[in-house]
Write a protein that binds this ligand. Structure first.
Ligand SMILES: Nc1ncnc2c1ncn2[C@@H]1O[C@H](COP(=O)(O)OP(=O)(O)OP(=O)(O)O)[C@@H](O)[C@H]1O
Length: 402
């Protein structure tokens, strides 16, 4: 059992350190350096942690979960929720990589993973999406009696009353009341309307916050293209194909049917693209994201389903074919831009200090004004590129990626 002994501060075991080095991590990022001592100290304290996209928040909370598990007890001890199955699967890959030299047992709480007949999960760490997690807890397939840590990745999204908030609260309300559970919230964004609720959800938390002007990383250069009309956006996207495939690219659309339509059309015209959205079935979604992760597809046309958290280092370009709007989150909202989703979308590139490019397509006064609002809210300039001059475009982009 020597390998399970904690060091004198009660921090990581040598087995976890081995896992961390095996992942190629030699020194902590700023958020890891700040958050880890707070996350790992005893008695456990809640945490609300904010840090820009791609700065290594996952490793911080995964290390906390692994550190708090007693591997001699075969019961769930840490739960982690994420907004999409793609992100849950990615988080799990970090748990298994970091826990490679431990005896950690893991299980998913995502759709179509467990047979309906499953009666009990004995895994130490369960990662999933809120609806499925709540269902497994309600049916007592997950025994909550030994849960010590509860993590919400993309916490502002998970707590949003217009989205996943209800399901997330259901999960929290089923946690044991016999002992304290450490609640950990992480995100790159905590808009004002969820800040107060976050503090209620994770009371007396240590807080690490960002200022408004720090929200997105400087290594992402932001551009826009003035298209003549909505149809012209398609032509521009096609003219960018060479550039999109220099590395890998993600194209974000507002609607599933737009993602399908442009991918079908581009495919018919001889371009190789993939499309992913929430209307596809689970197995298909897994296969599509895995192919993209492996670099077999270079262009992924999608919706907000993968706007958050997805970490694919080779992605050096993000295109906002449609700008994100508030009414995608809240059906009653008007057509204001969704600044948080914008920050997360462009954050799919420029990961962990790498360079990246984002391009917004605007096509009329309304979309131009929406972009202007995003520019104001983030305090970062968005530079115009001419749509008719592909050479200038290529030059500018290559320079930005150097
Ligand atoms: N200490 C480290 N040294 C080297 N690479 C690291 C380190 N910590 C994390 N990384 C790598 O940085 C990348 C980004 O990390 P991660 O996905 O955790 O970012 P994030 O902060 O959760 O971003 P987002 O807000 O987009 O979810 C990953 O590829 C991860 O493996």
């Amino acid at each position: 059992m020597a390998s399970l002994e904690k060091d004198e501060d009660g921090f990581y075991t040598p087995d976890l350190l081995k896992g961390i080095y095996d992942m190629g991590f030699s020194k902590p990022s700023k958020i890891q350096e700040r958050a880890l001592p707070l996350l790992l100290s005893n008695p456990p304290t809640n945490m609300i942690g904010q840090s820009q996209s791609g700065t290594g928040k996952t490793a911080a909370f995964v290390l906390t979960m692994l550190s708090r598990v007693d591997f001699t007890i075969n019961k769930p001890q840490a739960l982690c929720l994420a907004p999409s199955r793609e992100l849950a699967r990615q988080i799990m890959s970090v748990v298994t990589a970091m826990g490679k030299f431990t005896n950690v047992q893991t299980e998913y709480a995502i759709k179509d993973n467990l047979p309906r007949s499953a009666t009990s999960i004995t895994a130490h760490i369960i990662v999933g999406t809120p609806g499925t997690m709540a269902d497994l807890m309600r049916r007592r397939v997950i025994d909550v009696s030994e849960i010590k840590v509860f993590v919400l990745d993309e916490a502002d999204n998970m707590l949003d009353q217009d989205g996943l908030g209800d399901q997330t609260l259901r999960v929290k309300n089923m946690l044991p009341r016999t002992h304290p559970v450490q609640i950990i919230l992480f995100s790159a964004t905590f808009p004002d309307h969820v800040r107060a609720y976050s503090s209620k959800f994770a009371p007396n938390a240590n807080k690490i916050e960002l200022q408004k002007e720090e929200l997105s990383v400087d290594s992402i250069r932001q551009f826009y293209m003035d298209c003549k009309n909505a149809e012209h956006k398609y032509d521009i996207l096609v003219s960018l194909y060479q550039l999109l495939t220099i590395g890998q690219s993600i194209i974000f659309c507002q609607h599933r049917h737009t993602a399908d339509r442009i991918s079908q059309r581009m495919t018919a015209e001889g371009h190789k693209v993939a499309s992913l959205h929430g209307a596809k079935d689970a197995a298909e979604r897994d296969a599509i994201i895995d192919r993209f992760r492996e670099g077999k597809d270079k262009v992924l046309i999608t919706t907000n389903v993968i706007a958050r958290g997805i970490d694919i280092l080779q992605v050096n370009m993000v295109v906002n074919y449609d700008l994100p709007l508030m009414n995608e989150r809240d059906k009653n909202a008007d057509e204001r831009p969704d600044v948080e989703t914008y920050i997360h979308r462009i954050g799919r590139t420029g990961r962990f200090g790498r360079k990246g490019i984002s391009i917004n397509f605007v096509h009329d006064k309304k979309t131009w004004l929406q972009m202007e609002q995003i520019e104001k809210a983030t305090g970062k300039g968005i530079i115009r590129i001419e749509t008719h001059d592909v050479d200038q475009m290529e030059e500018k982009m290559k320079k930005a990626l150097k």
